[in-house]
Design a binder for this molecule. Structure first.
Ligand SMILES: [Zn+2]
Length: 296
């Protein structure tokens, strides 16, 4: 937005416009701070080194259409996704359509998908005080254990916004990894406490933008995490159509990427890193042995 204060306007109007500009600048500065303040602190580095690129598909809020439509498409490609559920919304309605019911949770696990945490009450990740946010995370975990004994959340996605720095620090201990936004992929040294993801609804109808991202993820052997909400013929502003979603899955598969749910992707990356470390140790020992003098 660009505004110029000029012409014959009254001091009162001039003051109003100036106030509006200042308020707009503060808002933008506030948004920037919110988006970026947690990124540099309380990091848990992950070395993303894999022979093949990895792509994960995730769904926030877990509207039923995400499983019934997108889940089936993923299965058609031999893949599975991660569904971030706020159990306080179970069986209710939402801006992205009807939320899942208990049977959907059971079916999802039977089909090989993963469940993830999205707090119990769908707490705003920035506006909610850190202690309340953590209490909601713990409640979501305990309600899941009651609903499906033995089931667990290994990852969380932050609702609505990037987390406060203190929230990021407190929540890290409860999960193997935490997914945020950022509209990019993870490569080189990623942050397990604030993994980047790309929301598909922000590129609806612009498949080339998504394809370019998949190409870059392939070139950099990265971990690209897609996110969205409902997938249906008439999607909400927070979802996309089955046709668009399938185009993305198809291109992802053709890129040679392994399509894995979030926790499995993390296990795979850690397994490869452990192999690399073991191999490096073995090579170091072998060259050390070669240097040792032969004793009689
Ligand atoms: Zn959400």
């Amino acid at each position: 937005m660009s505004l110029t204060v000029s012409g014959n306007i009254s001091p009162h109007s001039r003051r109003n416009v100036t106030n509006m500009l200042l308020s707009h600048s503060w808002k933008r500065a506030g948004n920037y701070y919110r988006r970026n303040s947690a990124k540099l602190v309380f990091r848990r580095p992950l070395d993303v080194r894999t022979p093949d690129p990895i792509i994960s598909f995730t769904f926030d809020d877990f509207p039923r259409a995400a499983l019934l439509t997108a889940g089936r498409i993923l299965q058609d490609y031999g893949a599975a996704g991660t569904y971030y559920v706020a159990l306080g919304l179970l069986g209710g309605d939402s801006p992205s359509g009807p939320i899942c019911v208990k049977d959907d949770l059971i079916n999802l696990l039977q089909q090989g998908h993963e469940l993830g945490c999205h707090t119990f009450a769908h707490c705003h990740s920035w506006n909610t005080p850190s202690d309340k946010f953590e209490a909601s995370v713990l409640k979501n975990k305990s309600v899941l254990e009651e609903l499906i004994p033995g089931a667990e959340f290994r990852s969380i996605s932050y609702p609505i916004s990037e987390p406060r720095p203190l929230t990021k620090r407190n929540i890290a201990q409860h999960f193997s990894c935490c997914r945020a936004g950022g509209q990019t992929f993870n490569a080189g040294t990623a942050d397990l406490n604030q993994l980047s993801s790309f929301f598909l609804e922000q590129s609806r109808g612009r498949i080339q933008t998504v394809k370019d991202l998949i190409d870059r993820n392939r070139e950099e052997l990265g971990w690209l995490i897609f996110a969205t909400h409902d997938v249906e013929s008439n999607p909400s502003p927070y979802g996309c159509t089955p046709e668009f979603f399938e185009q993305v899955v198809q291109y992802a598969a053709e890129s040679g990427a392994r399509i894995l749910p979030v926790a499995k992707a993390l296990d795979t990356i850690r397994g490869v890193s452990a192999d690399v470390i073991r191999q490096t140790h073995r090579q170091a020992e072998t060259s050390e042995n070669r240097r040792l003098p032969v004793s009689n």
